[in-house]
Design a protein around this ligand. Structure first.
Ligand code: IVH
Length: 755
């Protein structure tokens, strides 16, 4: 029986027997034999889910479902202590060790938190800890500070922090120096990931002052980086990372540190595990966590709120504005963490073996909806891979109507056991592409019923021929490929990519124009775009419906302008395997700062075929090196490149490259936060063109901050760093008049092929 089936059975059993209570005569409402059998199965089930979650980074149940299973296990053990097994996950901290990295011990156990999901859970937790605090060391809690006694009731002040959805890590500093990073693992022993953590820019290698300190934080992949990476993974027919935790864990556990560096991970620190310092007044009991971390210049997230009582805490947890503000950040949060503020009170609240009681997590409701797979199409991408795509009964999920969702490859279909007409659960977190979490098998019907309009489920078979050109498909590993280089679907995808915003940015040629031009045989490859400048083609286009003079003039103008674009745009647009925007930028930067002189296609081909040069570029992985070599060596590609050069497309990395600033040449550095009337990316590009250096997140060296409507936490951080703030409404346009052009253009949402 598969794990998901077994889990479902156990869940069903739990639902049917919610109570495991002792009856007055010493009996229980379940017989002992049933309970022992269930106990063993439940342990196995939880252990398997732990493995999927911690080792494979592929959980198949929600945190809530996991907590329910774990909770039931604990309750069985409470009522039947005689059956407690040393194999039970309650007896050891969950999480297993991957075995790929050297192991390292945590000096202080890295515990996890208990979860709450609603106001009632939070209030119950508050009542529990009030009882503990009130029955404990009362006199010490009276008086100044956050804990004092009011009419027999101890006042507990709470601190509410965002709950980072990433990979938990311990960072160790000795004197000034960062010496080691260890994953949480099983709480006692984890993986030594020091070399990969050293590639994370926000983690200082030296502290502000010498102190031996062990801190705890969370490693995450910014949403924007994950979006780019997922695009590449999708093109390769790989399953995209569903959330930052998977993305961060997958990246940090790469054996190749250079590839890990490419993933641009970030880290925020939120707790001090151990500290030893006499010299600098950082004492182990009285330190203020946040201010100590800040004074050491460790990266802390600036948003934190104090709740004077549990009502204020509940209000914060349920405040849509808080959730929206966090959603506006470039990293993922899956809830809030509520902590008792007073360190004295924390000490008086003892911990269970598993969880500290002075803190609890509040999880935001998961964005999951149910819908039905109406049919399945096959889509041919520019990488030749044929991707199965499900057409769904349209459904609203996080403010977006979803009609289509990728099924990635046949392994995915098999592992989730997806059929046409299945009812499925769909999830979307942050800006991530929606994906199918599971099939609702209980609602599956094998037989058609015209009366009740029930459709029987149908197996999804791979196509035998390409749905676009009819060529026989080739089956290799988990993918099916159409190898016809003239396949119209592939040609369309390649051209759509070439003209897109992050490539040659030819707005006058949209998806539907590409469709028409390819179908009319006007475009067979990207070089043909420049044929459209010739009058005979202009006349041909003018005969097509929907192509008026104004539209044609604008298109011609933009094609013409695209010849004068920085080289990274061309490199990104050519569809070189494993070369996205970031790699294209890295390539051009490396070429410009090398001793090689590149002004023509010939020079570029030489340098792009120089494996030693490519391998030496920081941030460029093995797959990209291979893809670039293959691309520039291919005869057909060579012909296209020659034609592009012939029509005057820029191949010189030093031309039109104002964006490629570095700190020495830039006038000022800036950071940007919250919503603007144009996309942040467009504004950033425009600022860069005008010699302003961009900082992803404000730091000590950032000079100014552009603040849009309804600013988020970056504003608070910028304020605390004393940066000059430019509020959009009053100042920005006055100070930076060149931004006027871009805000007057309406910002079209980027076309999305899947929904
Ligand atoms: S405090 C001893 N604060 O959430 C308690 N944890 O089970 C230490 N997490 O894996 C946890 N954001 O790594 C704390 N602001 C935050 C957090 C946070 C995320 C993680 C933590 C743990 C999980 C809770």
């Amino acid at each position: 029986m598969s794990l998901s089936e077994e889990t479902k059975k156990i869940q069903w059993f739990i639902k049917a027997h919610p109570q495991i209570t002792s009856l007055p005569n010493g009996q229980v409402n379940l017989n002992k034999k049933d309970v022992s059998a269930l106990y063993v199965r439940l342990i196995d089930c939880i252990v398997d889910h732990n493995h999927l979650y911690y080792v494979e980074n592929k959980p198949i149940i929600s945190d809530k479902e996991y907590d329910e299973l774990f909770d039931y296990l604990k309750r069985i053990e409470e009522h039947f202590p005689q059956i407690i097994s040393s194999n039970s996950p309650t007896q050891w901290l969950v999480g297993q060790i991957s075995g790929w990295f050297a192991q390292a011990k945590h000096k202080v156990k890295l515990a996890s938190l208990e979860n709450t999901y609603n106001a009632q859970d939070i209030r119950e937790w508050d009542e529990r800890i009030h009882k503990i605090v009130e029955g404990h060391k009362v006199p010490e809690l009276v008086g100044a500070g956050s804990g004092h006694k009011v009419e027999n009731q101890i006042k507990i002040t709470y601190r509410v922090e965002p709950k980072f959805d990433g990979l938990s890590v311990e960072l160790i500093y000795e004197k000034w120096k960062f010496v080691q990073a260890i994953t949480r693992g099983d709480g006692l022993v984890g993986d030594d990931i020091t070399s990969n953590v050293k590639t994370i820019k926000s983690i200082p290698h030296d502290l502000e002052f010498p102190v031996d300190v062990r801190v705890r934080g969370e490693i995450m992949m910014p949403k924007s980086v994950r979006k780019e990476l997922n695009k590449e993974r999708e093109e390769d027919g790989e399953i995209p990372f569903a959330n930052t935790r998977n993305a961060a864990a997958g990246s940090i556990k790469l054996l190749d540190s250079r590839e890990a560096a490419r993933r641009k991970l970030v880290c925020f620190v939120y707790d001090i595990l151990l500290v030893q310092s006499t010299k600098y007044k950082v004492q182990s009991t009285k330190y203020k966590v946040q201010s100590t971390l800040e004074s050491l210049w460790l990266p802390v997230f600036p948003w934190v709120k104090i709740g004077k009582n549990i009502d204020e805490v509940v209000a914060l947890c349920e405040d849509e504005k808080v959730k929206k503000m966090l959603e506006g950040e470039d990293i993922d949060f899956d809830g809030l963490v509520i902590k008792v503020e007073s360190l004295d009170q924390r000490q008086s609240i003892w911990s269970t073996d598993h969880h500290p009681r002075w803190a609890v997590a509040y999880k935001f409701p998961a964005q999951v909806v149910a819908t039905q797979v109406n049919s399945v199409d096959f889509q041919v991408g520019r990488t030749w891979i044929i991707t199965p795509v499900a057409n769904l009964e349209p459904v609203e999920l996080s403010w977006v109507t979803i009609k289509r969702v990728s099924l990635h490859n046949w392994d995915f279909i098999k592992s989730k056991d997806i059929h046409a007409h299945d009812r499925v659960r769909l999830q979307r977190s942050g800006e991530v592409i929606p994906y199918i979490v599971s099939v609702i098998k209980d609602r599956r019907s094998k037989v058609e019923s015209s009366k009740s309009k029930v459709q029987g489920v149908v197996k999804i078979h791979p196509p035998k021929v390409c749905p676009s050109c009819g060529e026989r498909v080739v089956h290799e590993d988990i993918h099916y490929y159409c190898r016809n280089p003239f396949c119209p679907a592939q040609v369309k995808e390649k051209i759509v990519h070439f003209v897109s915003k992050n490539c040659m940015d030819i707005e006058g040629i949209g998806d539907s124009t590409v469709d028409v031009f390819v179908d009319q045989w006007l475009l067979k490859n990207v070089a043909d775009i420049y044929l459209l400048l010739e009058s005979k083609y202009v006349m041909q286009i003018a005969k097509l419906p929907w192509f008026g003079d104004k539209k044609i003039t604008e298109m011609v103008h933009q094609i013409w302008e695209s010849k004068k674009k920085p080289l990274w745009r061309l490199l990104n647009g050519l569809g070189i395997p494993h070369v996205g925007k970031k790699t294209a930028l890295d390539l051009v930067k490396a070429v410009t700062s090398s001793e090689y002189k590149v002004t023509s296609l010939d020079d570029l081909t030489k340098i792009m075929s120089n494996e030693e040069f490519l391998t030496g570029i920081y941030g460029i992985g093995e797959k990209s090196v291979e893809g670039i070599g293959r691309f520039f060596g291919d005869r057909e590609n060579k012909k296209i490149l020659q034609r592009l050069e012939h029509v005057g497309v820029n191949f010189d990395p030093s031309k039109y490259a104002e964006w490629m600033l570095d700190a020495e040449h830039a006038k000022w550095s800036f950071s940007i936060t919250w919503t603007f009337p144009a996309s942040r990316e467009t504004i950033t590009q425009e600022m860069q063109k005008n010699w302003y250096l961009f900082h992803d997140s404000p730091t000590k060296t950032t000079n100014l901050m552009l603040v849009g409507e309804d600013p988020g936490s970056k504003k608070a951080k910028a304020e605390s760093l004393g940066l000059k703030m430019y509020e959009w409404r009053d100042v920005v346009l006055k100070e930076f008049p060149f931004l006027k052009n871009i805000v007057s253009e309406s910002v079209k949402p980027k076309s999305q092929s899947l929904f």
